[in-house]
Write a protein of this length. Structure first.
Length: 192
């Protein structure tokens, strides 16, 4: 079946993510499976996307090819993750509607010169669906404050994000296995 390579790379990403979480570095995983480390890293990211989006991708393998998933979505993961994967969600739904041959369309990053030429009130790419009781600005400030506090307390960079329900997610950026072990040693006494 043509297009199954996309689903297969997503499934491999799930396996590789388990290995990563159990302490294997990306490069070791890549060597073990004889795959480029960038592909492994991107496939691991695909394993993190919400389950409902994975289900849509699996139901439409002819639309979501390996190239689309690895080079289209995972290569733009910073954009895709924003607002609880809202841009990724809208792109997946648009591509399903358009069918085979549809390609991801993400906003291009502009250079400082292009920013000066842009209109003062650009049209938003994604409709604002923020509930009235939530402040996007407050959440950003709150996330940045939390990131700074965690960095100062633990010494590790992290990313804090909030979803629409106000739940938070913290992602730590650790450089190597030594940092992982140090982090585990720091938080383990607080778990019991």
């Amino acid at each position: 079946m043509k297009g199954c390579a996309g689903v297969q790379i997503m499934e491999k990403g799930i396996v590789w993510r388990r290995e990563l979480l159990s302490g294997s570095p990306v490069q070791s995983i890549a060597t073990k499976y004889n795959v480029n480390s960038q592909v492994v890293s991107r496939a691991i990211w695909l394993a993190r996307i919400p389950e409902d989006l994975k289900a849509i991708i699996k139901q439409n393998p002819e639309v979501f090819t390996r190239g689309t998933l690895i080079n289209g979505f995972a290569s733009k993961r910073a954009q895709c993750e924003k607002n609880s994967f809202e841009l990724l969600r809208s792109e997946i739904l648009r591509m399903v509607k358009e069918g085979v041959g549809s390609k991801p369309k993400f906003p291009k990053k502009s250079s400082p010169l292009q920013k000066k030429k842009q209109k003062k009130n650009p049209v938003p790419l994604i409709e604002d669906k923020t509930p009235p009781n939530m402040s996007v600005t407050r959440d950003i400030v709150e996330a940045m404050t939390a990131e700074k506090q965690i960095k100062e307390a633990l010494g590790f960079h992290c990313r804090v994000a909030f979803n629409e329900a106000g739940e938070s997610q913290v992602t730590f950026n650790l450089k190597n296995k030594k940092d992982l072990n140090t982090f585990i040693d720091m938080v383990t006494p607080n778990l019991f």
